[in-house]
Structure formats: structure tokens, C-alpha cells
Design a protein around this ligand. Sequence first.
Ligand SMILES: [Cu+2]
Length: 533
Amino acid sequence: MHKHMKFLICTGVVGLAMAAAQAQDGALPCPLRPNPGSVVEDALSLSSKNGVLSAALTMRHSVDHNHYNHFCYDYETGKGEVESPTLRLNPGDRLELSVKDRIEDTLEADEMGMDHSMEMENNTCGDSGKLTIRSTNVHFHGLNIPPACHKDDVLTTLIEPGTPSFRYDFRVPKNEPPGLYWYHPHVHGFADYQVNGGAAGALIVEGMDKFRPEVTGLKERVFVIRQQFLKPWVPGPYQLTINFQVAAFPNSASPVIKMAPGKKEFWRVANATTQDFLQLQVLVNNQPQKLQLIALDGYPLAKPRYEETILLPPAGRAEFVVEAPPTGATANFFTEAYNTGLTGNPDLQQVLADIELSKGDDAAAAPAVQPKAPSRAARKLLRFSGLATAKVTAQRKLYFSEEFNGSNGPSQFYITVDGDKPHIFEANEKPPIVTKVGAVEDWTVENHALETHAFHIHQIHFMLLEVDGKPVAHQDMRDTIEIPFYGGSGPYHSVKMRMDFRDPEIAGTFVYHCHILDHEDLGMMHKILVEPK
Ligand SMILES: [Cu+2]
């Protein structure tokens, strides 16, 4: 359930004031988004050259003619602006990313900031000031990089409107698993607004074919599924978009994915929604097809497997091989309904895109390449290898819970270390969990709430061990995992996972939280300190 009602009025005021300010000073709106019913195009890709990718993004805000809020990562191409380019780097490459905040300044926004924001007492990185709806920063979701200033720190990094660019500068680890990652704002209290407005982009660590040769030579597609909300915020299900094109059939024509007949494609799909649990399917004549699953959360599977439905919690990623439908078939990319419980949001079934055959794409498809066998030795060099048999140094138990105030749904959202008193995140809190570089810990996270939550920890991936006390069929490496709601009787649902704090690069203070972003914004998050060795 959402905090909407609380912010219904102030969001409206801020939005109106922002629109007015834009009209007055001619500030740039976000780029136009594709018309419904058009062909889904991949975002512009920016690839590293000679080991470096340098790029500059500007965060903007505008409201479209249908009254949807847009927050956008603008990228200047020389022929106009595009939003949220896909960043492509090899393991070992350096990313130099400049980020400027040009969300418009209004008195109302400041007032709202004072109303709602917390002081960031320790915003020692970037700008000083209050966290408001106009503040931003960037989290590189899934990357196993240091939680440090200019790298991947969300606790002390603040970028305020109107100030010079803030520079992110880090190296993708040499042993980073190849796959699909993503970047998005992570200012506590406001992440939900900006991500829901569209501020999210894909980041790809290249080299999947070295570990999963099934994708060698296949045409690759990157689909980022986002949500957008109305101004003012209206409770209820939101509009889903695929690469910024609204998918709202039957109210508007479905987006179109073109595939070449008889070809396989490698689809890389990010769930960049703020609260939607997607159950992805490819339907041909209404029958779910077998999808060859290659990677989850940017980590190549030990063995590919076939699945008809791929469940992705908010922030999760799936990479899979899709076969083009036969000529004459009706096909679409679909999300099945998902029950998030009594106080959860309805995640309805819907078409994400129609799949159509095109003849013109044949020429673009790469020639068949003989796949090389995956190298076991290479896999052993990947980060987190050997985790299944590593010595476990600690066991912990945590749980999600919600507190009710009257009958308006949950009003407090907690993630708590078992035995502690539930409390919401505070900027100056002492980390409830302290561990050391080198630690390998088994965490069991239960869900005591009446809605499903999505557990995420920064800086590391974890290995799934058990669901509801039973060993999992596949010990996948994940960075975000759903934990179903409590139905009112029987044991709580739980996930047991193995946390890998062995790499010295991730030493420092970072966070774990629910990736339903308004839960995170409301405090369902805490710090963990990994002390250096
Ligand atoms: Cu949650």
C-alpha cells in the first residue's frame, strides 16, 4: 500500500509550480516519449573505448500533456537529447559519469522539502543542503563496487539543482559478472518519485557469451520496463512502459516488437518499476513459450534452463533467449497477474508489447557463429565463485513488518534484525549489522507483513539457499528477491541466502532495503557496516 494520500496535495502543488516555472524561463522539458503503437526501439548505447566510458547526464523534470510526471536522465547527442542511454562497459573498464541536476527550482518544492525531507547530517559527498524532491544522486544497482564517494554511495552523496556537475568515477571490477545492471536515483525519501518518473537506465557489463555461449551471435534487445504516475499522485495501479512507450492496451495501441522470422534473439529485461512484480511471458497464440533463461540480476546462470514464466521483483533483471513466433501466429510479450497480498498493490496481467514478424531484420541478424564451450576456469574467476562451499562465519535473521494506524492501511514499514526493536531508517543511525571483510553469512529474511516485499542489498550479490525452509532447486546469485506476504495463518514466508563479504573492495557502510521504492523512502531500510580487514 502506498503513502499516496499523504502526498496527494503537495505533489500537485509542486507539479503545477514546476510546470509554471518551466513556462516562464523556458527550461528544457524531458525528451518526448514514443507514441503508443510504435515500434519499440532500444535506448542509445554508449560503449567504452580503450577501457573508458565518459558521459554526461542531466536530470530534468517535466509534466506531459497527459499529466504524467517525467524525471529524466538527459543525454546530449549533438542531434538533440535522448534519455537514459544504455551504458556498456567491459570488466575492468572505467566509468566517468558526470551528473547535473536541473530539476526546476520553486518555492513550493522547497516547502515540500522542509515538510518531508530529513536532514542529511552526513552529506559529506557532493553538495550540502536538505534532501528534497529536487535532490538527486545515482545508485549503480547490482555493481559490486565500493560504497564510497564518487563510486556507489547513496548515504552521503547529494546533488542539488543548479550546482556544477557531480562526477562518478569508478572501475568495473575485473571479476564482475557479465550481465544487465541498471542505474537510478537513490535519495532517501524521494527515490520513488524520480524512478517512477522514468529516471532509470540500463548498464551492461559485456562478455555474457564467454560464460553462456547460447547467446553468441544472437541479436540483442534491451527492454527497460518502467512505471509512470499521474500528477497529482493517484492511488492504484500505474501505467507500465517499455523503453518509455506506454503499454496500456486496450486504452491505447500496444507497443510493437519486431522479430525476424525463424530467428532467436537475446532479450535483456530490467524491471525498473517502483513496485510492480512482473511475471514475464512470451505468448504465442495465447500459449506461454519456453524461454531459455541465461542470467538473473546480471549473473550468468550455472546452467541455462527453460521457463515459461519469469518472476521479476522490482529492480530484478532477466536475460533470456526468445524464438521468433511462426508466420501467421499471434504473439505478445506479456506480464501475468501477481498477488501481493491484502495490503499490497494489485499487479494486473497485461500485454507489454505485440510481437510482429518483419522481413527487413534478416540482414541485421548476425551470421551464425559457432559457440565456444564455456570455460570452467573463467567461471571460477568470477566474483562470488566458491560461495556454496565457503565457511559460514555468521547466521542472522531479519524480518519485514508493517504497523497499522487506524484503517487506512499500513503507516510504518520496517525491516528489522530479529531481537531489535522495529524502527525506520534514520540518516544518523548506527548500523544494526556490523561485519568484517572476509565474512560469509547466511541470512534468513522473513515477511511478517500482509504484502509481498522485495529484499535488496547494495554492493553484493547473494546466493539463494532456501525458500520457506526448503532447499532451492537452483542456487542462483541474485541482488533482489521477493518474499511473499503473510496470509494470516501458518508460518511466515522466508528466504535464506548466503551473503558474500569476502571482497575488500566493498568495505564501508551501505544499505539493505525493500525495493518497493516508497517502502524504502518511508524507512524500510537500514545500514550495514563492513569493516575493513
Ligand atoms: Cu516493501
